[in-house]
Write a protein that binds this ligand. Structure first.
Ligand code: KG4
Ligand code: ZN
Length: 350
């Protein structure tokens, strides 16, 4: 099957062509980072307008790069949520119009499911994990730990109770006077700093549950820096490295706690924060003594992109009837859920 996937849930407009849920033939991404940078975060209305501006360009680019014509496509997959409703709608309405015109199915997809399964695609140098695996999605909006039994069957094991890890990176960066998005800015400066310089708290440092919390850590950084004025040079690098180490320690500890509980041999780390160099290194290091394979996609497949939806698009497309009227009622769902949850209200595992 030849599937075009479309992703527009936040501030990246992207279209990709994936064959048989494995081969990425193209993956065109138009980033809106320069548009939002001056506001220090994503402005939803501007995001929607820029998706409208860019969507045709990325679709044309994806087709050209893959050397595929629209009439060769077997289905269109599109992110239906979670995300910004106005942004999602641009992708959804484009996908519906294309699918209707071409007489092929329009397949609604979950953005997080895409992140979790991106490593099932053929990517040079990345091991394809075996089921079941523990999958951590760490992005600007989510910090979720899943047990992935197989494609289509996911169990939520834990999640953040307040800020997402990426959100904490972005907010701390803002406090330090660094531009949006802050994750990469902190990552670069952390490489020059001492991760032990400041002993920031490791929030939710308990094996009793698999939940996270990052807002207290953010406050600890604020308390530390507020009396110091503008930080520069080594002092800035040390704060970046120490903050990053606190986030990474908790993410790694909880992930391997999930591995132990569920006796799995594979870990997948995904989402924008999976670009973080310390997180990538510590996760890989953690896998070695435990005999656990750690699969992390290259950065371009970790941040938002359409190709990451390729494996799930194929999976759901093969289960779908041919085009039906129902498919054209597809709506954007800002908090679209998937999988089951074994978390209790207090985060403990049943
Ligand atoms: O998955 P993504 O592109 O968008 C969402 O679905 O949220 O993730 C974006 C997030 C941002 O918070 C950004 O700061 C963070 O990923 N990020 C990083 C790095 N690169 C991107 N965080 C830490 N270190 C990085 N190198
Ligand atoms: Zn994402």
């Amino acid at each position: 099957m030849l599937i075009m996937t479309i992703e527009s849930s936040c501030d990246e407009t992207s279209a990709a062509i994936v064959r048989d849920g494995r081969a990425i033939l193209s993956n065109a991404v138009a980033s809106q980072i320069p548009v939002h940078r001056r506001y220090g975060g994503v402005v939803p209305e501007l995001a929607s307008r820029n998706h409208i501006r860019d969507i045709h360009t990325v679709i044309t680019q994806a087709l050209t790069d893959a050397d595929v014509s629209l009439t060769q496509l077997d289905a269109i997959g599109v992110t239906a949520g979670p995300g910004l409703v106005g942004s999602l709608l641009v992708g959804i309405e484009t996908a519906k119009a294309l699918a209707y015109t071409l007489g092929i199915p329009c397949v609604p997809l979950n953005h997080l499911e895409g992140h979790l399964t991106a490593v099932l695609l053929d990517v040079e140098g990345v091991d394809v994990p075996s089921f079941p695996y523990v999958g951590l999605v760490v992005s600007g909006g989510h910090t979720d730990l899943y047990l992935v039994h197989e494609l289509g069957r996911y169990e939520l094991l834990g999640r953040t109770r307040d800020d997402a890890a990426g959100e904490a990176f972005d907010k701390v960066a803002k406090m330090l006077g660094l531009p949006y998005p802050g994750g990469v800015e902190i990552d670069q400066r952390a490489a020059l700093g001492d991760p032990k310089a400041i002993d920031f708290p490791r929030p939710m440092w308990t094996r009793a549950n698999l939940d996270f919390s990052f807002s207290g850590l953010k406050t600890a950084v604020r308390n530390h820096v507020q009396d110091l004025g503008t930080l520069e040079g080594q002092a800035l690098y040390d704060v970046c490295a120490s903050f990053q180490a606190a986030v990474v320690d908790v993410l790694v500890m909880k992930t391997f706690e999930a591995v132990k509980r569920h006796k799995v041999k594979d870990v997948v780390v995904s989402g924008g924060v999976a670009c973080n160099s310390a997180l990538r290194a510590k996760m890989r290091e953690g896998g070695v003594p435990r005999g656990v394979r750690v699969s992390i996609a290259p950065p371009l497949l970790c941040t938002d992109n359409a190709a990451m939806l390729g494996a799930v698009a194929q999976f759901y497309a093969t289960k779908m009837e041919n085009q039906t009227f129902e498919q054209f009622k597809l709506k954007a769902t800002s908090n679209l859920k998937f999988g089951s949850s074994t978390r209790t209200r207090h985060g403990a595992h049943r």
